[in-house]
Ligand binder design. Structure first.
Ligand code: MF3
Ligand code: CO
Ligand code: CO
Length: 267
C-alpha cells in the first residue's frame, strides 16, 4: 500500500474524527487523579466514545499481523511504560506520569492523539521530560509543509530530545492515518535533514515522539503489547494528527482542552 493523498471529502471526515479524539482526552482529564484505576479511565473513555460521540474505539480488538488483539479502548502508559500500556486494575499514585492515547473511528475515518498527564505532584525531572517531549512533537509539526521531507521532521525531534539529554525510541513511529489506522508512510522521530519521503499537500499522518529520560532501548512485556524502557527510566509521548496544506500544516486533533503550542510556534 502506498501513501494516500486525501480528497476534500476525506479531509472533512478526518477533521471530525480527529476533533472527537481530542475531546475524549478533554473529557477524561478531570478523572486522572491518585487512586483511579486505569481500567476505570478505559471504561469512561469507551462509554464516552460509543454512547456520546457515536464513535468506535479503534484500539479495541485491534490485531495487526503477528499481535494478539489489543483488549482495551485506550492505551494508558505509566512512568517507564513507553506506549501501548493496557489499562488494568492498578491505581494511579501521586507522582506518576502517564500517556493516554485515544483513537476514534467516526464515519470510517480515524483520529489519533495522545497527551501526557501528571498525577498530583510529580518530580522536576518528570515534568521536564513531559515538557521537552511536547516541544519535540511541535518541533516536528513545525517542519510540515509541501517539499519538506520526513527526515526533516525526524531530525528536528531528535535534535531537541538529545540536546536535553534524553533519547528517542526507535521501534515505534508516527504513521499515515485515514480510512485505515496505520497507513504509509512511517514517520520516524529521528533522521537526517533532506532525506526520506517528500511531503505533498493533503497527506495526513501522526507525529508522536516517544522520548526516554535514560537510554533508548525498549522491552515488550509478556502481555505482548506494553513497551517499557529497558533501563526502567521514565518515558513520555505526545501525539497529534496533522494535515499537509498548500502552505504548511493543519493540526487536526484540536479540541478546547488541548495544550496550546509552545510560544515559539508560528501562528
Ligand atoms: N494509538 C497508537 C498509535 O498512536 C496505536 C495503539 S495500537 C494498540 O499509533 F493496539 F496498542 F492500541
Ligand atoms: Co498513532
Ligand atoms: Co495514538
Amino acid at each position: 500500500m502506498s501513501i494516500v493523498i486525501k480528497t476534500p471529502d476525506e479531509i472533512e471526515k478526518m477533521r471530525l474524527a480527529c476533533r472527537l479524539a481530542g475531546e475524549v482526552l478533554d473529557y477524561i482529564t478531570p478523572f486522572v487523579k491518585p487512586g483511579v484505576a486505569t481500567e476505570t479511565l478505559d471504561r469512561l473513555c469507551h462509554d464516552y466514545m460509543t454512547q456520546v460521540q457515536g464513535c468506535v474505539p479503534a484500539t479495541l480488538h485491534y490485531a495487526p499481523s503477528g499481535n494478539t488483539p489489543y483488549p482495551k479502548s485506550i492505551c494508558t502508559s505509566v512512568n517507564h511504560q513507553i506506549c501501548h500500556g493496557i489499562p488494568g486494575e492498578k491505581q494511579l499514585r501521586n507522582g506518576d506520569i502517564l500517556n493516554i492515547d485515544v483513537t476514534t473511528i467516526k464515519n470510517g475515518y480515524h483520529g489519533d492523539t495522545s497527551r501526557m498527564f501528571q498525577v498530583g505532584d510529580v518530580s522536576i525531572q518528570a515534568r521536564r521530560l513531559c515538557d521537552v517531549t511536547f516541544e519535540c512533537m511541535w518541533k516536528g509539526i513545525e517542519r510540515v509543509r509541501p517539499g519538506a521531507t520526513l527526515g526533516d521532521i525526524g531530525h528536528a525531534i531528535q535534535r531537541h530530545a538529545e540536546s536535553a539529554g534524553f533519547s528517542v525510541v526507535r521501534e515505534f513511529c508516527g504513521h499515515g492515518v485515514g480510512a485505515r489506522f496505520h497507513e504509509e508512510p512511517q514517520v520516524v522521530h529521528f533522521g537526517r535533514p533532506g532525506t526520506g519521503v517528500a511531503l505533498r499537500p493533503n497527506m495526513i499522518f501522526t507525529i508522536e515522539p516517544m522520548i526516554n529520560a535514560g537510554k533508548a532501548a525498549i522491552r515488550i512485556l509478556a502481555d505482548g503489547w506494553t513497551a517499557v524502557t529497558k533501563d526502567h527510566s521514565l518515558s513520555a509521548q505526545w501525539e497529534h494528527t496533522v494535515l499537509v496544506t498548500e502552505t504548511g500544516y493543519e493540526v487536526l486533533t484540536v479540541s478546547g482542552g488541548m495544550r496550546p503550542p509552545p510560544e515559539w510556534v508560528r501562528p
